[in-house]
Design a protein around this ligand. Sequence first.
Ligand code: HEC
Ligand SMILES: [Cu+2]
Length: 406
Amino acid sequence: MNKWLPRIWIGILLVVMIASIPACLSSSADDGGFLNLTAKQSTFDPKGPLAEQQIDTFYITLWVTSFLFLAVGGTYLVAIIKFRVKKGDDPNEIPEQAHGHPLIEVGLVVASSALLIIIAIPTFSGIVLMHEIPEQYSEEDIVDVNVIGYQWWFNFEYVEDGFVSANELVIPAGRPVRLNLITKDVIHSFWLPKLSGKLDLMAGQINQMWILADEPGYFWGQCAEYCGDSHAYMLFRAVALEEDAYNEWVAQQQTKTVVEKSTTPLFLSEDDDAGLVALGAELFQGNCLTCHSLDPAQQGAMGAPNLAHFGSRSSIGAGWLENTWSEDGSNADLHLWIKDPDSVKPGNNMWRGFMKAGKHDPNDPKDVMMSGLNQADLSDSDVDALVAYLRNLKHPDAVQFSADTF
Ligand code: HEC
Ligand SMILES: [Cu+2]
């Protein structure tokens, strides 16, 4: 073999590595840089005790394995340099052979066991910590939330306060929140990187974990277990609020936003066109109510996000799009979502009927698409009316949270 070939390869590798350094270091305030340790979903930026314990465990493992790497690699490097065949040596001569050295053997076994124990202690205590809220927190302080996974969004049931919300988990800062993880279909995984590591939602059992945010803040989460078509679009947000703001939010969420047994909004904003909203309410009754509940206390029968307070939520399509209204009351992303959700989130279950995957096939007996549900029937002006209507599904004092709120 040409003796230059390996050197050329190593040269190319070095050039590529050096050329990529600027890209790695260019960390902007946003998510751009590879080394931006405070990016939206960075585990290097812990904001609660659980995430802190987990990053500490990571660092301990990193130091121990780096030490091992240097110790083994260093010994190896010394050996290949010191004992290489030098000029004048006979390459066929076998060096002096040694066998059996009890001190070295026992020493290595003890040293590597000790290193494993150093890693095992924080790892096992971390596993226990993730599942059990430490006794320092009293039971009254704990907020219980059922996290229910659907293809492809998260439903949040506030157990003590008796209401449901979706895709935006609002919690009180400084208090532990117990999460009961449940799935309605396949395995999903709940992951809020700045607050805790992931835990799966498994059929037939309830997995428990807890989170605590030290300070008020806005957090990005996502499903971390492949769960079908729109898995990559199955995100969610979490918002941690001061105690007072949290209690106010809870009281607002418990409030109904439409007149009993109807879709008529209770709190109409002044700058809205009442006629347009009324048309939206009528269209919602006819097209959307089958799946979406407007009663904050109840999950819709067909397994779709509760929309009672949708007007104040910050995202559309399970955290994928921002829920922002322009000055004139329009909302382009929401318009697109209602008109053609499939173009936003391929394969999602809106319009298709719950649990039906693939396109509607009238010859398929398992096709559960409900008759009369067809988004193509909605004209652009119908969708405008629905957008105007959805904007009013909120408490009049509600705050629409965003990363800028904090
Ligand atoms: C067949 C059941 C079904 C019907 C009918 C339906 N939806 Fe949906 N809708 C869903 C499902 C399922 C989702 C969650 C999709 C996802 O994120 O994967 C959803 C999501 C949404 C969302 C986003 C909620 C969020 O928090 O991300 C809005 C807004 C919405 N629907 C509005 C409507 C409107 C308006 C209508 C009537 C014109 C309607 N939907 C009809 C099932 C339905
Ligand atoms: Cu998932």
